[in-house]
Design a protein around this ligand. Sequence first.
Ligand SMILES: C[S@@+](CC[C@H](N)C(=O)[O-])C[C@H]1O[C@@H](n2cnc3c(N)ncnc32)[C@H](O)[C@@H]1O
Length: 288
Amino acid sequence: MLNISQVLSQYNTKIKKISRQPDLESQLILAFVLKKPRSYILAHTDSELSKQQLSITTKLFARRLSGEPLAYLTGEQEFGELSFKVNKYTLIPRWETELMVEQALSLAHNSTNTTILDIGTGSGCIAITLAKKLPQVTVIASDKSARALAVAKINATRHEVKITWLTGNLLQSLIKKINLLPKNTKQLITTANLPYVPSAYLKNLKSKDKIGLKFEPLSALNGGSDGLKYYRELSKQIKHLKNLRPKLIITVLMEIQPGQVGAMQKIFEHNFIIKDLAKKDRLVIANF
Ligand SMILES: C[S@@+](CC[C@H](N)C(=O)[O-])C[C@H]1O[C@@H](n2cnc3c(N)ncnc32)[C@H](O)[C@@H]1O
């Protein structure tokens, strides 16, 4: 039988090769297997694992060592103050996307005249966080992946928020069912963390920094040759929506990679750029 300390040291060197936070990740894997908080792992290093616990631990470490992200092993990812279920059909929410939520919160009025529309909702992390913080506001969320939406719905139930779900390409379903947008909506805040990674970047995913992407849905990452094909299409669809509701004030928040700013400024006329905590251009906000 092995104890916690022995298991940790057994994987220590191996996990360093694929993780930037090897100690933390090893402790979290054991915490998940033992169904205990991480503090328990740190405080009970002499505690022995049962045969079954050891077998599960071995399998999970093997998956992690193959590059699979920790969030897919545990099925959970923290985003802001909440935890979200994730699986292979959903992108793992990233810390930099919390900037989009912060900015949406600073722009949105917590009133029944505001509607939030989250496009490419994935796990639902943006829509659900906003719905929790803005209880007066109607929240609509869409994704083209029905499997991702199924996960988002579970997360909405977990966090007790009401959201209207749509399946389809960007705004198309809303444009077809425009009556879903409450008639009294004056302000439409649209959050869009759409796939924006250039295709070529996704060709070779062997390095430590990129290997995790291999396990995430390509349809959540691949934004075409320059990464901006969905944002281009979105700009056209928004103009269509604006024609249907000319008095609507539409603000769109879009996450990007640093380096895409120039191209985005050509696609979206009235825009400004926000940097993330690492001081990198991360968010384009455009008004219609
Ligand atoms: C980068 S992920 C973002 C997921 C989530 N919003 C987040 O921030 O973690 C992009 C999401 O957009 C969805 N998607 C891709 N193309 C789409 C399209 N044409 N219309 C609607 N959703 C799309 C993908 O299925 C995926 O869930």
